[in-house]
Design a protein around this ligand. Sequence first.
Ligand SMILES: CC(=O)SCCNC(=O)CCNC(=O)[C@H](O)C(C)(C)COP(=O)(O)OP(=O)(O)OC[C@H]1O[C@@H](n2cnc3c(N)ncnc32)[C@H](O)[C@@H]1OP(=O)(O)O
Ligand SMILES: O=C([O-])CC(=O)C(=O)O
Length: 377
Amino acid sequence: MSTAVAAKGLEGIVAANSGICWIDGDAGVLAYRGIDIHELAEKSTFEETAYLLWHGKLPTQAELADFTGKLADARQIDPKVVELLKSLPKSATPMEVLRTAVSALSMYDADEKAVDHDSNVRKSFALTAQIPMIVAMFDRIRKGSEIVAADKSLSHAANFLWMLNGEKPSETATRAFDVALILHADHELNASTFAARVIAATLSDVHSAVTGAIGALKGPLHGGANEAVMRMLFAIDKAGADPVEYVKEMLAQKKKVSGFGHRVYHTEDPRATHLRKMSEDLGRAANNAKWFEMSRKVELFVKEEKKLNANVDFYSASTYTTLGIDLDLFTPIFAISRIAGWAAHIIEQLDDNRLIRPRAEYIGPEYPAKYVPMDRR
Ligand SMILES: CC(=O)SCCNC(=O)CCNC(=O)[C@H](O)C(C)(C)COP(=O)(O)OP(=O)(O)OC[C@H]1O[C@@H](n2cnc3c(N)ncnc32)[C@H](O)[C@@H]1OP(=O)(O)O
Ligand SMILES: O=C([O-])CC(=O)C(=O)O
């Protein structure tokens, strides 16, 4: 038996070659296909970013028009899946519903078992278009509102807000949401993407890989942290508590503060830089900077006390709340964006596939252990 110790949580282990996303955790750099996230957040759109992630290069005008058209044309969901959404408990969380609906969609896919490149790309278009529709439809179903039909003339970001609220969104809200989608679109081998690649590598199918990824994203140590952040801010507000005292008490009780810390970044998460500004700008424009200001107090204290930086989930919470979005939609919104990255990784994995099957360092009873008969145990 070896005495080697496995890296707990696979910290620092390189588990794949990938040309999609590069992170320098010490310098706080994130780049999709080599292009810095700050530049993409300033100049790109979700559609262009998804093209970049899937194809490895920026599109020409004609390529982008074709891609955008295909994504808009893919805004279709089999009526049986809409019936399924209506039949689910209204109390279900939108993440449970999304996980179930994506799994169900595989049964309505023309060639569910196909895992060749072109089929993977086609399914990626379908899921990228369908995931926001599912989130918006279920939210309206549970609130007793009519489902709003997709509008193919709208951008990906605007169509989601339209289907969610039944009103044409403002340019400010659309751009803020579009930038949030760009920022969340990919992040190398994060837990959900790794889960997706492991599933895809068994030659299962795209829907199974994305269903598994949604399950992984849901956890509060990963994408679920954005919802947990807002629950904390609401609790502070409800209690009329001082944010610093509240968080001090959490730390005294050895609780983790959601939205802080990161396995890879040892400095500011570059996405948090944008989301902090977005939270402040939207809050001030709406004359409601309360959530931003509370967040900022928490951030400064946690940084000072624990040397922990805010991650992508921290300021997305106050940003989405200021945009009028319910807190249990925050993690589904993460999925609305991250499907672009999951798809890119599934396509990359299957273009040059090998089963992913690591080993475990065995630390159990020494071999050969005795099989003790039942009457002598
Ligand atoms: C999109 C995303 O997935 S971004 C991450 C979203 N998740 C969160 O925001 C949840 C809160 N954060 C965390 O739980 C962690 O920072 C993680 C899971 C993100 C990364 O964690 P890891 O690299 O595994 O670090 P780990 O959990 O081992 O923590 C290391 C130490 O820092 C502490 N720590 C890390 N994050 C936090 C936090 N948010 N609040 C308080 N303490 C923390 C741990 O308690 C631990 O302390 P100890 O050594 O005294 O026991
Ligand atoms: O990379 C990670 O571990 C988590 C993360 O920030 C993300 O998925 O966006």
